[in-house]
Design a protein around this ligand. Sequence first.
Ligand SMILES: [Zn+2]
Length: 413
Amino acid sequence: MQLATLAAGFVEALGRLSATSDDYVPSIVTLLIDQARSARASDIHLVPTETALVVQWRIDGVLHPIAGFDRDLAPRVVARLKVISGLLTYRTDVPQEGRVSREFSRTEVRITTFPTLHGEKAAIRLFAENDQLQKLTQLGLPEEIETELRRHLAATAGVILLTGPSGSGKTTTAYACLRDIIADSVGTRCIMSLEDPVEVAVDGATQSQVRPTAGFDLATGLRSLMRQDPDVIFVGEIRDPATAEAAFQAALTGHLVLTTFHAGNAAEAITRLLEMQIEPYLIRSGLRTVICQRLLRRICTNCRDQVGHNAANPSKSSESGRTSDKFALQPVHRIACAVCGSTGYHGRLVLAEMLNPNSPEVAKAILNRSDAPEVSRRAAASGMQTLNQRAAAAVTSGQTTHEEVLRVLGSIV
Ligand SMILES: [Zn+2]
């Protein structure tokens, strides 16, 4: 079904609800979540404007405007979301976050609210049922990266750094790693986490959520956690030098530390650690591997096949005259496609690069405190397939488009 049709269906279903019923607002919220889920949305945004509450769905990483509620309804809808996720309905002046109770949703749904000029904005994160079950093999990482990562996960010490910007899927990868460690260790390793917040509950791991206001932050929490005799520690995200320092200390004292880190590429993660005052020798001896990843939308094979969009169809390409059309496969917006809602894309593709800090070339660059381009150049020279190289290959093999690479990586491949 086309996205426009889905949106129209949603608006129509809203119109069928009885505004006088006691259940009116709860029904709106149920409909809101159910319809977004059936459209494969990962997030719903409710954005208050001067005149309306605008509904947007994020599908395969891209936000689409869907509908608008009457301005008067906005606070009631947001209040209902707060009720089902245990938030304080009377506090509209502070950001809040919570998860929808199992009574209202079988699968994981997280809600965050944020005060804005025109009232509270709400963001609803919908976790797919299988988000909570995914294993490493299901992520679609390049095979050699998956194999190498598995080897690191079996190690008894060192830091494994999963990097990328937000929305790159690094957290999903981290949880998949945790599940694999748990499955492989069959209860023989003590696995603990420190997170801010705990995003997904994982059976077999002892997870804790920090409370910085109570003095329980990642850095101090990590030091206390050492005394709990863990073998594997998952740190939700390293954001500051103190946490980075504590994570490396843990790694050097015989713990495997799995963590995520915000960085545009693997080499940049190294230079950011240096900027956080982690000494080069600590990085050299403590860091096992750095993976950086991105999620790109896949070309919808249904509408690509319908119009026979391929290299043998140059007439359509020349119509627009854009240079990027020289690439074989482009998203097709011209025809109605039930599979992708006529966006031209369906599903996602993981691009990843894996940097080995112990290769002699890279090790030298780290010890010399080289900048990110230099670290990247040396890593590539010692065999790392970069994100750009993998993106180029994905375009050539018809899995994604040049535009999509440009949107996500911001560079021309
Ligand atoms: Zn399609």
